[in-house]
Unconditional design. Structure first.
Length: 82
């Protein structure tokens, strides 16, 4: 990661959440919901543990692994039915 002032890694984090949940759900489509939770839940939990006053808004971060898991589930189901 770049440590220069003004560098924002939010997009990188969001992209990695999508990719990780996608791969997990693609490998095992039956566990897509669990994949999304296991990939995305540490983000809001870390904000809660750090005592961030804006931690409820961090729950929005769960959208990214949910989208990745949905795409992985869809592709995995399609691939498995052939």
């Amino acid at each position: 990661m770049d440590s220069s002032p003004g560098f924002d890694a939010t997009g990188i984090t969001a992209g990695l959440l999508v990719i990780a949940a996608f791969v997990a759900a693609l490998l095992e489509p039956r566990w897509a919901i669990l994949s999304a939770l296991l990939v995305g839940l540490p983000v809001p939990l870390a904000a809660l543990a750090a005592g961030s006053p804006a931690w409820p808004s961090v729950l929005f971060a769960m959208v990214f692994p949910a989208a990745g898991a949905l795409a992985g589930w869809s592709l995995g189901r399609r691939r498995g039915s052939n």
